[in-house]
Write a protein that binds this ligand. Structure first.
Ligand code: HEC
Length: 438
């Protein structure tokens, strides 16, 4: 009995000691700053800030729950299939620290230290990148969205005339009101001096009868230097040293915004943050879109339509035309999406794993950056496999009762897509061993 009491007491005290050691300032603040605050701060996507001790302690139990269930931080890829540079999931140890800290009544620890550590990561208003943008190119004025529950497709014209060409080290879509946006794409078009970049309307509404007015932007569209985008959950796109693309001195950005239906009047104003670098771009990055609305759309098998009350799997196989090094991958489906997997099979028969999302959630998408460049040799068969659930058991199904869904050109949320964007470079010897910074 005495031994039992002794064991019990020492266990109790040990736990107490361990618990006492976990404080906000020493253990919890660094995790929250790194893994939560990018979204949980003013101006970002989350509904409340997690910056101070009070912000966090006030929601302790709630935070413990969402961390334990894996709901927060949102991170959908299977890390056993492939790990990523921008992984924001919590390690097992970090989760345990948060749970134990909440269970031990959330001691704050040394406030002095906390203030010091708070300055370890300085968040900058208006960006998730680590410094202020060099140039922000915005639409001319806020767009008013009527609360009539209609989807809208707008193309905004953003003319620009910089002092000179610029080397881009990072780009980031920004918006004053991200929650009303379903997705955004932007294309950077260089425009020669003879063409007036100020001509034409500030925007064209593609969802209305305006559609034909889109032709007024044709003079800008002769060349395209880059193509990027934003979907819910995504952050910036940045490139390792010496990598990037060149922003032309003069031109027009055509920014397509798909507004989600809203029942309440809203305003939104968006733009693109550009981060330039003085060092030369030695390796040019490129983007390609595969699948719906991209390369190989008609090769999706079987034909891309999902009858009501079925779950249906599709695949797309595309042969890689040259040796490529892959930097980012960006899977995309809508509300019926369940699983998404991509891999390449080399001519030698080796499988290169690219990404696996075992439980797709439209709300949490991301452009995933690899830790090292992934070589995809010429002649590899790039394969995408995706599964969709168009039954009433799928709680996200937008149709009650379910109805036949396919990929229409409009890309409404209630249509479906099976798309994958890749940011890649031409392969150079030794790429797969390059140490990438940033
Ligand atoms: C990628 C952005 C992002 C990151 C990173 C993130 N959150 Fe969130 N969080 C959100 C958004 C957006 C919401 C509100 C929408 C929702 O719940 O679907 C949210 C909601 C929450 C909620 C409320 C959940 C509910 O059911 O209403 C809690 C609690 C929370 N987050 C805690 C955290 C914690 C703790 C972390 C870090 C360990 C974290 N979040 C990281 C974006 C993020």
């Amino acid at each position: 009995m005495r031994i039992l009491i002794f064991i019990f007491l020492s266990f109790f005290f040990c736990n107490q000691i361990v618990a006492q050691k976990i404080t906000f300032s020493t253990h919890i603040a660094p995790i929250i700053q790194q893994k939560c605050a990018p979204c949980h701060r003013p101006g970002e996507a989350a509904p409340f800030s997690l910056l101070t001790y009070q912000d966090v302690a006030k929601r302790g139990t709630f935070i413990k729950d969402v961390v334990q269930s894996g709901y927060m931080p949102p991170w959908k890829p299977d890390n056993n299939y492939r790990t990523f540079h921008n992984d924001r999931s919590l390690s097992k140890a970090e989760k345990e620290l948060i749970v134990k800290w909440v269970d031990s009544k959330m001691p704050e620890g040394s406030v002095k230290k906390s203030a010091k550590e708070n300055s370890a990561i300085v968040y900058i208003q208006g960006t998730q990148y680590h410094r202020k943008p060099d140039t922000v190119l915005k639409v001319s004025k806020p767009f008013f969205i009527k609360g009539d529950n209609e989807e809208r497709f707008l193309v905004f014209k953003i003319p620009f005339d910089l002092a000179k060409d610029q080397n881009v080290e990072a780009v980031e879509f920004v918006s004053s009101n991200k929650k009303v946006i379903h997705h955004a794409n932007f294309a950077v078009h260089p425009v020669e001096n003879e063409v007036d970049i100020l001509q034409g309307a500030d925007y064209v509404d593609l969802s209305g009868s305006d559609r034909s007015k889109y032709d007024q932007y044709l003079p800008f569209k002769k060349k395209m230097d880059y193509y990027g985008g934003w979907i819910p959950g995504t952050s910036f796109e940045s490139y390792p040293k010496d990598f990037g693309w060149v922003m032309p001195k003069r031109g027009v950005i055509l920014l397509t915004i798909h507004y989600a239906p809203t029942g309440k009047d809203e305003e939104e104003m968006s733009g693109i943050n550009f981060f330039f670098t003085k060092s030369a771009i030695k390796r040019k990055v490129d983007v390609i879109s595969l699948g719906s609305a991209g390369v190989g759309e008609s090769s999706i098998e079987p034909y891309f339509m999902i009858p009501a009350d079925t779950t249906k799997a599709f695949n797309l196989k595309i042969v890689t035309p040259q040796d490529q090094s892959l930097l980012y991958i960006w899977p995309h489906m809508h509300l019926l999406g369940k699983t998404f997997k991509a891999y390449a099979v080399t001519p030698q028969g080796d499988t290169v794993k690219l990404v696996s999302i075992p439980s797709w959630d439209f709300k949490w998408q991301e452009i995933y950056r690899y830790k090292k460049l992934i070589k995809i040799p010429k002649g590899s068969i790039l394969t995408i496999e995706a599964l969709y659930d168009n039954t009433k058991e799928n709680p996200k199904n937008p149709n009650h009762p379910p109805k036949m869904v396919f990929s229409a050109n409009d890309m409404k949320t209630t249509d479906e897509m099976m798309t994958m964007l890749m940011v890649f470079l031409k392969y150079e010897e030794g790429d797969e061993n390059l140490e990438l910074d940033k």
